[in-house]
Design a protein around this ligand. Structure first.
Ligand code: SME
Length: 160
């Protein structure tokens, strides 16, 4: 049984330290990327507060294709360059979106979503996937969240 929990009262930095350590423990030695994405999506969903969607889109040529996630059923294919996820993939850069309604071309998969964080997963200089986190709270994500999820993305580079 896996039973990972954040330490109560941890600072935000420690909270992400522990998240990355738990993801490391969950995925170490497992070569199946789908299994690893599924477990990390479940981990994210429980570890971070106020999320309504947490998961992966995987790059397949010019599109991102839905991967393992926790949340409501979502858009399956997102062209590179479209929406928050497609923008993160096109720019190979993290997107922090405090108000999704103000993001041109935002793709609404869950009407409850108010803010979003998307972090690319890179391998050999290429975007291979993105990690997408949605929140029903406006401005849920800041630079520290982005940095923490970027560390997670780096860990997963060779594991998904
Ligand atoms: N909002 C995303 C689409 C994916 S869902 O949030 C799960 C976007 O604009 O790319």
């Amino acid at each position: 049984m896996y039973d990972f929990h954040p330490s109560p009262g941890a600072s935000k930095t420690q909270h992400y330290d522990e998240l990355v350590a738990a993801a490391d423990a969950l995925t170490a030695g497992e070569s199946d990327g789908v299994a690893n994405m599924a477990n990390v999506a479940a981990l994210l969903s429980g570890w971070l507060h106020s999320l309504n969607w947490a998961g992966f889109y995987r790059r397949q040529g010019d599109v991102l294709v839905l991967g393992p996630f926790v949340g409501r059923p979502a858009c399956i294919r997102i062209p590179i360059g479209q929406g928050v996820c497609g923008t993160a993939a096109a720019q190979a850069g993290t997107q922090i979106v405090p108000d999704v309604h103000a993001f041109p071309g935002h793709i609404a998969c869950d009407g409850d979503t108010r803010s979003e964080l998307v972090v690319p997963v890179m391998r050999g200089g290429e975007v291979i996937a993105v990690i997408d986190l949605d929140s029903p709270l406006p401005a849920r994500f800041d630079d520290e969240d982005a940095g923490g999820v970027e560390r997670l993305a780096a860990l997963l580079s060779e594991r998904i």
